[in-house]
Design a binder for this molecule. Sequence first.
Ligand SMILES: C[S@@+](CC[C@H](N)C(=O)[O-])C[C@H]1O[C@@H](n2cnc3c(N)ncnc32)[C@H](O)[C@@H]1O
Length: 264
Amino acid sequence: MTIRSAGGAGHARYDEIGRAYARTRREDPRLRARIYAALGDAKSIVNVGAGAGSYEPRDRHVVAIEPSDVMAAQRALELAPAIRASAGSLPLRDASVDAAMAILTIHHWDAEQERGVRELRRVARGPVVILTYDAEVSARMWLVADYLTEVAALDCAIFPPIDRVCEWLGSRDGADISVTPVPIPRDISDWMLGAFWAHPERVFDADARNATSGFARMSTEVVDRVVGDLARDLADGTWDRRHGALRKQDEYDAGLRLVVASPA
Ligand SMILES: C[S@@+](CC[C@H](N)C(=O)[O-])C[C@H]1O[C@@H](n2cnc3c(N)ncnc32)[C@H](O)[C@@H]1O
């Protein structure tokens, strides 16, 4: 169901990335538990950049905001249909929902980032819950540091620094804001780019690559280079010599951060 039309580069990008999303980007129960805990007892929630509905509570009233038709079409039937709107101009009144959530989406909001985060604060009476990456930390993960170096530069440009997100949420005006590192479990079912830390072989799965905005934004030449370099380094033992210790680790801090803000 299309309720309202919205434009924007982020949504066009997701019309492409979204195609293999349902298989490789499945909601992870441990991440879900953290997000639900942050939402507290909110009974009405706006989920902005809602996508296919991952991490969206099934037992509350949810308003889903999602500009991409391809992503919205992957929403399960039991979920509310997504309103086609974008973060910078939410079709909601001030303080009209108990909580707002934005999961792995604010880096796609392009020129609307600040306006979008302030919109989350405007419409929510209670907590604003944002899951995002600290790009300085994510750049240290082997895949980005050694192979996909173009993504490090891109991430620094598109992920707003966490301090800035906190300012937009009112840290200077006395809002109570917590920022919590979220280590990524080895067996996470949501195969975001950070989840590749434990699975170098996953880089050879084109669907897995294409459902991450990190890979999906790269040219074919860059992707082919990464796949070739990694295949060589795995075959001759270079990867295991450098990073083999990771094979015994259960979780890793790839820069994922949960930001939870109460009103000032
Ligand atoms: C990585 S997906 C995350 C989807 C979902 N929150 C999840 O955790 O699976 C990012 C989503 O942000 C959406 N998006 C892109 N630009 C947006 C904007 N300006 N306003 C709101 N959502 C946007 C994309 O269409 C996409 O569905």
